[in-house]
Ligand binder design. Structure first.
Ligand SMILES: C[S@@+](CC[C@H](N)C(=O)[O-])C[C@H]1O[C@@H](n2cnc3c(N)ncnc32)[C@H](O)[C@@H]1O
Ligand SMILES: [Zn+2]
Length: 409
């Protein structure tokens, strides 16, 4: 798959499932946090007109999807099912939604790649468990705490919150960490014979020359990056500072590498990647991102920025042959199901069965063997484009009616 800088306007699930495996060097994602808010950009700002929903209901996610994970991630499915007891059904829906996408992100990462997930305390503890299950706890690298200067909510009966969490996971034991690209001056004191904090107006290079040392690798809490200031603001709600993305991209990728942001917002990651000579793919469900990206890069370079492609469709994987339903698949399924319908469990001859997508195609289910099942004509019509749970409930209800009838006989 040849890589051109691309911004997709689409649900990232459809784009992610269409990308080849082991394609990307670095993923940064800043998804909605399940904060039960609808964000909107102020009128008159570059991002005016855009808004996104940050609320989840069980209808937003695919119930059948959780079922399809049971074989590969049994513990993770059990964990997600418990969330509705510990927290709420809305949180379970959000975590299912994120799991579906994080599994795809893990697949598209190169073996040497890294993922940075930006979140806040609303769901961070659940997301870390999901990441442990998908990436492996041994590939957890850091919990970065981004301390921004201002507090989000002016509490008077508890400590005002002014931190976000960024989880860094590598895909394997081999990962990129360019420590010398992200060093910062020593603050005050004298860890190396009297080095001093950067003076006002002094560049990092001047400081290094003056002090005769490169500075230190930043700790995992970052208090030197401020929230987006006026000079940088596009007005996009939840815009993250370029300095934050610059540090992550410099640390965990090299020039020419491919950086992906599946929740691109006003395309901060793409802008940072472009400045740092990385290739990039951005995805956002909102169309606004494209215009803001062009404006930001045009402003930075002083000429119209056109060096990217904008797509509203989804890519198609070229590293697998998608299996279309065929007779041989039908026979394989017939054997696997021992001649029984996956809905009503009645035994039929093969010609009475129809091939069904377990996860409907309309909800992101693909054309591959694991997503097929055989249903009798009646069950298939009942299920239609809905998840299996719907069919099961219909069958249960029908059985209850039949039981009552036979009781009355
Ligand atoms: C917290 S914002 C990202 C902000 C971004 N880091 C920036 O600096 O501008 C989350 C973004 O995710 C987008 N989004 C939500 N659900 C999505 C989905 N399923 N696919 C793609 N984008 C989605 C929203 O439109 C929103 O722009
Ligand atoms: Zn049936």
């Amino acid at each position: 798959m040849a890589i051109t800088n691309t911004l997709y306007t689409n649900d990232n699930l459809f784009v992610l499932t269409g990308l080849n495996s082991e394609l990307v060097d670095l993923i940064y994602l800043d998804p909605p946090f399940n904060s039960k808010r609808i964000y909107s950009a102020p009128v008159g700002s570059k991002a005016a007109g855009s808004s996104f929903k940050d609320m989840w209901t069980w209808q937003d996610v695919n119930e059948a999807y959780l079922e399809s994970l049971i074989d590969k991630y049994p513990a993770l499915v059990r964990f997600i099912m418990q969330i509705q007891q510990v927290h709420s059904k809305g949180m379970m829906a959000y975590i299912t939604y994120m799991t579906q996408r994080l599994i795809e992100m893990h697949r598209v990462l190169k073996p040497t790649g890294s993922l940075y997930l930006h979140c806040d305390p609303t769901a961070s503890h659940y997301l870390k468990v999901v990441l442990d299950a998908i990436f492996g706890k041994e590939n957890f690298r850091n919990e970065i705490v981004w301390c921004y200067s201002t507090a989000t909510t002016p509490y008077i009966k508890q400590f005002p919150r002014n931190t976000d969490i960024i989880y860094w996971y590598s895909k394997s034991k081999i990962w990129t960490f360019n420590k010398d690209k992200i060093r910062v001056p020593y603050k005050g004191g004298a860890p190396h014979g009297g080095t001093k904090w950067l003076k006002e107006g002094e560049t990092l290079e001047e400081w290094r020359e003056q002090q005769g040392n490169l500075g230190k690798i930043p700790f995992s809490w970052w208090a030197d990056i401020y929230k987006v200031g006026k000079h940088e603001s596009t007005g996009y709600p939840t815009q993250k500072p370029l300095a934050l993305l610059n540090r992550i991209i410099l640390a965990s990728s090299n020039p020419g590498d491919l950086v992906l942001d599946p929740f691109a917002g006003c395309a901060t990651t793409c802008v940072s990647a472009q400045h740092l000579s990385r290739k990039w793919i951005g995805i956002d469900i909102e169309a606004q991102a494209t215009k803001i990206l062009m404006d930001r890069l045009t402003e930075a370079s002083g000429e119209m920025f056109k060096d990217f492609v904008h797509r509203t469709d989804a890519p198609i994987r070229t590293d697998v042959v998608m299996e279309a339903p065929s007779l041989s698949i039908k026979e394989r399924l017939y054997q696997a199901q021992a001649g029984r319908c996956n809905g009503c469990t009645t035994q039929f001859d093969i010609q009475h069965f129809e091939i069904d997508h377990i996860i409907p195609r309309a909800k992101g289910g693909g054309d591959y063997y694991e997503n097929y099942q055989l249903l009798c004509g009646h069950c298939n019509r009942t299920k239609g484009d809905r998840p299996m749970e719907y069919l099961r409930q219909k069958i249960k209800a029908r059985e209850a009616v039949l039981a009552q009838l036979s009781f009355g006989e």
